[in-house]
Design a protein around this ligand. Structure first.
Ligand SMILES: [Zn+2]
Length: 300
């Protein structure tokens, strides 16, 4: 079933929508438990979620969206104080408004520096800018013929570093696998783990190998999930960067088991992935292993 046929996703009905006046009809905002807003872009096939995490001194925007429209306008609608930004990783669909910040926090990895210096050039978007990747055609104000993400500045963070929002500390956890610069944020006060692209309830990608996306690594992915599993007792919920907004912490063990099964060859059921999932790849066959509520896409 195509992305178009699945719209609107049933799970948005589980969340409290917040009206915003940013002058576009692009974003949808939901108020989540623990003083967090999800800023979603449901009308593009990536169905990306960014999160505004509110502290007593400042707020943190966890990823800056696709960049088709200005997510900072939305964030300022929701919070009037200082807003800092951090990236779950530097794939194009999470960095779109990075250039609107003086700097963005990113994991200390060459992949993050590579993308910061270049942004995401128009050519990188390829079929992502085809009309059938958008619900209702192109949104007014987006020029699909020229769109690109400008370069931006980063300040790097390391594993274990705490980001201070006032009454709320967010711990950086390095979770390479999907990309080498992937990280999560653990909010121990509210028991929320912000998982980025390392876990969400849809196809998880572990097949990348090109300068723009970095190299995925399934062994690193498993190590990351096992590390996260050891911390999961501190979590009440996973807040995910694509598709459904919230997942149960139990899913981390399921994902770790799934990756282990692929690596040790006990997981045999797999599908050949259609070519729409191949971004700037060398043509190697990639396969998709289905699991309960998510799948893992990797090289055969
Ligand atoms: Zn990604």
């Amino acid at each position: 079933m195509s992305f178009q046929e699945k719209y609107p996703r049933h799970y948005y009905a589980n969340y409290e929508q917040v009206e915003i006046t940013d002058g576009t009809d692009w974003f949808r905002v939901y108020r989540l438990p623990g003083d967090v807003y999800a800023i979603t872009e449901p009308k593009h096939c990536q169905e990306v979620n960014s999160f505004l995490i509110i502290g007593s001194q400042r707020a943190l925007l966890w990823d800056t969206g696709e960049g088709f429209f200005d997510i900072t306008e939305v964030a300022r609608n929701l919070y009037s104080g200082e807003i800092i930004a951090a990236n779950s990783h530097s794939h194009f669909d999470h960095i779109g408004c990075n250039h609107r910040f003086d700097h963005v926090l990113a994991y200390d990895d060459p992949q993050a520096r590579y993308t910061a210096e270049r942004g995401a050039p128009h050519g990188l978007f390829a079929d992502q800018l085809n009309p059938d990747m958008f619900i209702g055609g192109y949104p007014e104000g987006l020029d699909p013929g020229t769109f690109f993400v400008p370069p931006y500045r980063i300040r790097t963070v390391r594993d274990g570093q705490q980001i201070d929002l006032g009454d709320r500390l967010l711990e950086v956890i390095h979770t390479p696998g999907h990309s080498p610069d992937s990280m999560m944020l653990l909010d121990r006060t509210e028991g929320i783990l912000f998982t980025g692209d390392t876990f969400y309830q849809a196809a998880l990608y572990a097949h990348f190998d090109c300068p723009e996306f970095g190299k995925s690594n399934l062994t690193d992915y498993l190590d990351s999930m096992e590390r996260i599993q050891s911390r999961i007792g501190e979590c009440k919920a996973l807040y995910c960067s694509h598709n459904d907004l919230i997942a149960s912490p139990d899913r981390i063990k399921e994902a770790a088991d799934a990756i282990r099964g692929i690596l040790n060859g006990t997981c045999r059921e797999k599908l050949i992935v259609d070519l729409r999932h191949v971004y700037l790849e060398d043509g190697t066959a990639i396969v998709e292993y289905p699991f309960r509520g998510f799948s893992i896409v990797c090289r055969d």
